[in-house]
Design a protein around this ligand. Structure first.
Ligand SMILES: *[C@@H]1O[C@H](CO)[C@@H](O)[C@H](O)[C@H]1NC(C)=O
Length: 318
């Protein structure tokens, strides 16, 4: 446990000291096996916490149109690598969930709710930009995106916001999220899960993992839809579902599905075993992990061949 905790602290400390601390742990106390099992426990804990939060209040996956905008904005500001767009999307979804929950606790009439939703809709780009900023800063403090660049990117799409509006929204989003940002991107989780299978040094797996993870996150709405359909199809009266309660596919299971999809892609005979081992490590149902990798292989990977429309760039200037 403590290894992960110390690493978390390291993430918070800036500059030189962080690298000094990491070296210290690597030389002295770092133990790969302990680290791996701690990491797994941490991921499971995180998943359980997330599931409890979602059971009380749903977090909806945003539509493909909005996902497309998040990816476009990330690309425009040079932040499309290392799972940044996916994490920004997750933040956006959490923000929308938490802010509407907060709002509905205080207001109960439908008229003001409609007005509130309209306001959120108008601020959508501002919120997306804030999420991208937060994730970019969290991942890499050195090359964070200046508000002026964000402003220029929005302006190019005909959306006008001042620098101070952009900064204010960033603080608003951070506050609404109770100042909590995810420590790991889903790409990092998937890379870690691949290392559990002994695949971390396999360059081919890594190179396959990155685009599959990106594509799965990009089409997460498609994943949700098909996994839900699978769950409904296998459920016979009286039987219990192998899918965890709640309707969303959590990061943990999605990442396991992505890793087994990557194995399936490169070494088909080993795929079954990979899904079983990942499921066992994560205390999940192997059928569920296989179903997710099935959706990825059959429904999401074929999407790669379709052209991506860039709605943001096509938008006319005002
Ligand atoms: C992620 O996927 C989207 C959609 O296919 C694509 O436009 C984008 O270039 C990909 N990004 C990376 C870093 O692979």
């Amino acid at each position: 446990m403590w290894v992960v905790k110390n690493l978390l602290i390291v993430v918070v400390i800036k500059g030189r000291w962080s690298s000094a601390l990491i070296i210290y742990y690597k030389m002295d106390d770092y133990n790969e096996e302990t680290f791996a099992s701690d990491f797994v426990e941490n991921l499971i804990e995180e998943f359980e916490k997330e599931a409890r939060v979602e059971a009380a209040w749903p977090i909806l996956v945003v539509s493909s149109k909005i996902r497309n905008q998040v990816w476009n904005i990330c690309e425009s500001v040079g932040q499309s690598a290392r799972g940044v767009p996916a994490t920004a999307c997750r933040l956006l979804e959490r923000f929308l969930s938490m802010s509407s929950q907060k709002y509905l606790k205080e207001h109960r009439d439908t008229v003001s709710w409609e007005r509130y939703k309209q306001t959120l809709g108008k601020q959508l780009y501002l919120i997306i930009v804030a999420c991208v900023q937060l994730v970019a800063k969290n991942c890499d403090r050195v090359t964070h995106v200046p508000a002026s660049l964000m402003r220029a990117v929005l302006l190019k799409a005909g959306i006008q916001h001042s620098k101070s509006e952009i900064l204010a929204m960033e603080i608003n989003v951070f506050k609404t999220l109770n100042y909590r940002l995810p420590t790991w991107t889903t790409l990092e989780i998937a890379e870690f899960l691949a290392s559990l299978l002994g695949l971390s040094k396999d360059a081919k797996i890594r190179n396959t993992l990155i685009p599959i993870m990106n594509l799965t996150e990009y089409h997460r709405d498609v994943l949700e839809y098909h996994v839900k359909a699978w769950d409904e199809a296998i459920r016979t009266p009286g039987s219990s579902s192998s899918k965890p309660a709640g309707s969303t596919v959590h990061n943990l299971h999605m990442c396991a599905g992505v890793v087994s999809a990557a194995v399936r892609h490169l070494r088909p005979p080993e795929a079954n075993d990979a899904a079983q081992r990942l499921a066992a490590a994560l205390r999940a149902d192997a059928c569920y992990i296989k179903a997710i990798s099935d959706v990825i292989v059959k429904r999401i990977l074929p999407e790669r061949k379709k052209p991506v429309t860039n709605i943001l760039k096509r938008k006319r200037r005002r």
